[in-house]
Design a protein around this ligand. Structure first.
Ligand SMILES: Nc1ncnc2c1ncn2[C@@H]1O[C@H](COP(=O)(O)OP(=O)(O)OP(=O)(O)O)[C@@H](O)[C@H]1O
Ligand SMILES: [Mg+2]
Length: 270
């Protein structure tokens, strides 16, 4: 495989470089009461790579992502970011990570500009002039300058996703996590968002984890792919290995067949 990974993350605002971070999921299990959601899952995300985590609905993808940002605690096993416990307060202080939520989680009462400035103002990262420079640079990277004074309700679905990505970018992340970044988008916009994720990784070498159902995204931009089914990792490999996989679970997942004899479709006919 041509190695597109890189060991240093370049800050998009200051252009300084910091070592890219890695993520290790080691024998991770998670239960909610009697429901076993994750069962002994292990994989590593290498510094500066795009790792795409796929799997059917309810297979535990979002729960796994929440462990990496410390929003859930393991029932068994360990999750570490650069060797540090993902849930520890000190890890939050030392490693900047940004999660792009599925629904974008933008504040509807604020303009795009203020949505991006919020984190910087709360963390007193810079004075207003410094904040303006950063916000406008992030909007420029995502080709959103014209949307600065718009409210989220005035934006298309694709633009909202781009604003959510721009807002993550102003946090100057060393680790970017995306939950379903292309869901609810038409194929052209979904491909654009995939390209943006790949471009951010290529230009800034940010370690990137994407949770997605989007087969095209995985096959086009992933360095490596993991597939979760029933809480277990049934595939781990490069996108070329994914394409070549003969495992029936993987083949069926990537090429779902619609069973017209299924009673659900019969009901639709009547
Ligand atoms: N806080 C919680 N308490 C109890 N059960 C939970 C909790 N969070 C998730 N679950 C359950 O864990 C399972 C996996 O959920 P998860 O959200 O990780 O699925 P997913 O793979 O992200 O699915 P989708 O593709 O639909 O987003 C589901 O059965 C869900 O109901
Ligand atoms: Mg999910």
């Amino acid at each position: 495989m041509a190695d597109s990974r890189c060991s240093a993350t370049r800050n998009p605002f200051t252009h300084t470089e910091t070592p890219a971070v890695s993520v290790a999921i080691e024998d991770l299990s998670k239960s909610f009461g009697k429901l076993e959601v994750l069962k002994h899952v292990s994989f590593h995300v290498e510094p500066g790579e795009i790792f795409v985590l796929m799997g059917p609905s309810g297979s535990g993808k979002s729960v796994l992502l929440k462990h990496i940002v410390g929003l859930e605690l393991p029932s068994g096993g360990r999750v570490t970011v650069d060797g540090r416990d993902a849930a520890a307060e000190e890890t939050r202080e030392q490693i900047r990570l940004a999660l792009v939520f599925q629904a974008g989680a933008l504040f509807n009462s604020m303009t795009v500009y203020d949505n991006l400035a919020l984190y910087l103002r709360e963390h007193r990262v810079a004075d207003e002039a410094g904040i303006r420079e950063k916000v406008m640079r992030a909007l420029q990277i995502l080709s959103l300058e014209a949307a600065a004074e718009k409210y989220p309700s005035e934006l298309s679905g694709g633009m909202k996703k781009r604003v959510a990505i721009a807002r993550a970018l102003v946090m100057e992340p060393q680790l970017m996590l995306y939950d379903e970044p292309t869901s609810e988008l038409d194929p052209v916009m979904a491909a654009t968002i995939s390209e943006i994720i790949a471009t951010l990784k290529d230009q800034y070498h940010v370690t990137t984890i994407v949770v997605s159902h989007d087969r095209d995204l995985a096959l086009n931009i992933a360095d490596r792919v993991g597939i979760l089914m029933g809480g277990q990792l049934v595939f781990l490999g490069t996108r070329d290995e994914l394409r070549a996989s003969a495992d029936p679970r993987v083949v069926d997942f990537l090429n779902p067949k619609i069973d017209l004899a299924n009673p659900r479709f019969k009901q639709l006919e009547t």
